[in-house]
Every structure is written in C-alpha cells, then in structure tokens.
Unconditional design. Structure first.
Length: 276
C-alpha cells in the first residue's frame, strides 16, 4: 500500500507507561521531580510538548546534529532528570506571552498600513475593481519566480485565488483587508509595486515595527519567518521544533543560516515592549 494514503502510528501509552518508557529507554530519572509530579506534567502538557522537542539536547547526536539511532532507538549516554526536560519546556513557553504580544502589535500595524496604501492609491470602488486589483497582483508572479522557489510561488498563487473567491464574504473592501490573515497580507505586499512597498516600509519604520530592517527584500524574509513563528505559538506548538527542523515529518534539519534567522527573530520578539 502506498505511504501517501496510509500510515501506521505508534501505540498510545498511559502516563505510567510513558514514565516507564522514559526511565528504561531514555535514562530519565525522577530525583528533582518525583514520578507522580512528572506524570502530572505529562498529562497537563503532553509528552509531545515536554519531551519530544528537547530530546536532541540529551541524546547522542552526529556531526550534523541529527539524533543518532541504534536499532531504531536513540542513544543516551548519561542519566538526565525529568526536571531538565521540564525546565526546557518552561523556558520556551515563558517567552510566548511577549512573542504573542509583539506579533499582534506587528500584525495590526502591517495590515493597517498596507491596506491604507493600497486603498488610497489603487482604484477599488466595487467588487469588480477589487477582483481586477488581485488579478494584477497575479501578473507579478512572473517577476517573482527568480526570487522564490516553485513551492512558495504556488502557495502565493493559491492564496490570491482564495482571496478572489472570498470577495463576497465581506461587507466591504475595508473588512476584506482587515480580516485578511497575516500570511495572505504578506503575499499581497510581496506582489505590490516597489514604490508602494517602500512607502509601507517607511511607515512601519515610523512606528518601530520594521523588524530592524530598512530594505524591502529583507523585510519580506523577516515577515515570512514571523508568519511561521506566529502560527507556531498561536497553536501552542514548540518553537524548538520550528527552529530545528525544516521538515519535521521527515526530520530534515534546517541549515545553520536558516536556524540563525529564526533564533534572531525570536529573540527580537521575546523582548517586552512599552506601547504608547
């Protein structure tokens, strides 16, 4: 049977079985945090959040930082207390409130400023002209194919098509742009003329939400990363997994420069900001 339409899953384990597995297979000990408390944490936050993202910190890794497997099992060369996993989890999740607040601050500015410049320069008086505006954005893809890979271009094309199909879901053009997802707004921004992009970035810089960049290409790259970070934290997923893996399903690691981009942006977004 093709793996594209069928998958086997690991059998689920009860909390006691998870604790036994950690002790027997991953050399986890329960000294600083006892078994009962550790079990409560696994029930409260889930093994996939507390243990899975951080196992590379304690397992043996090869020169490419890939976790080593022997006979299908990871190799652990020393004992580790459960509290060390849990502290990694807490350290990560304690950043989320500041990250979420800063992303929300960025998103409302980006969507508001982008919509303003579009609506005050483009001729959009009715739904037909809105559809025409989106069709003109599609023409820009031929210029963008040299900058982005085929997967990214195809995804952006699908986003514009969806936006065109959703025009009549909104009361007016102002709601159309206001309700737009951050990812869709980034695609619209990416397809705008350069002078419009520059005016938007200038206004973003005015409000100190330009992500510490002054050029449009660098800004687009930063926002592309920000969208992934946003989706991760808003769905309570692990940033460690996002940083580490390009394709989590296949365990394909990100390259070093890619990881640094995400780490740098997460560091920026983790800072508490004073808002006027």
């Amino acid at each position: 049977m093709s793996t594209q339409n069928y998958q086997d899953y690991k059998p689920s384990k009860k909390i006691k079985e998870q604790l036994d597995y950690l002790e027997e297979k991953k050399r986890v000990r329960f000294i600083n945090m006892d078994r009962n408390t550790a079990g409560d944490k696994l029930l409260e936050y889930n093994y996939i959040n507390v243990i899975t993202p951080f196992k590379h910190k304690f397992a043996k890794c090869d020169s490419k930082k890939q976790v080593v497997k022997v006979n299908g099992n990871h190799v652990y060369e020393k004992d580790v207390d459960f509290s060390e996993y849990y502290n990694c989890f807490l350290e990560e999740r304690n950043k989320y409130p500041a990250i979420i607040a800063n992303i929300q601050d960025f998103e409302i500015h980006f969507k508001s400023i982008t919509a303003y410049h579009i609506l005050t320069t483009a001729r959009i008086r009715n739904s037909s002209e809105l559809s025409l505006f989106l069709s003109k954005l599609e023409l820009r893809f031929s210029f963008l194919e040299s900058r982005y890979d085929k997967t990214r271009i195809r995804h952006m094309k699908d986003q514009i098509t969806t936006l065109k199909n959703d025009i009549f879901q909104y009361a007016d053009v102002y709601c159309f742009f206001d309700r737009m997802s951050l990812g869709n707004m980034l695609t619209v921004f990416t397809c705008l003329e350069n002078d419009t992009q520059n005016r938007i970035l200038k206004d973003m810089k005015k409000y100190k939400v330009n992500l510490n960049v002054d050029q449009v290409p660098a800004f687009i790259k930063k926002v592309f990363c920000l969208v992934s970070i946003r989706n991760c934290v808003m769905h309570c997923n692990s940033l460690e997994v996002l940083i580490r893996f390009y394709k989590p399903k296949t365990h394909e690691l990100r390259n070093s420069s890619d990881r640094k981009k995400y780490l740098s942006l997460i560091k920026l977004l983790s800072k508490e900001k004073t808002r006027d």
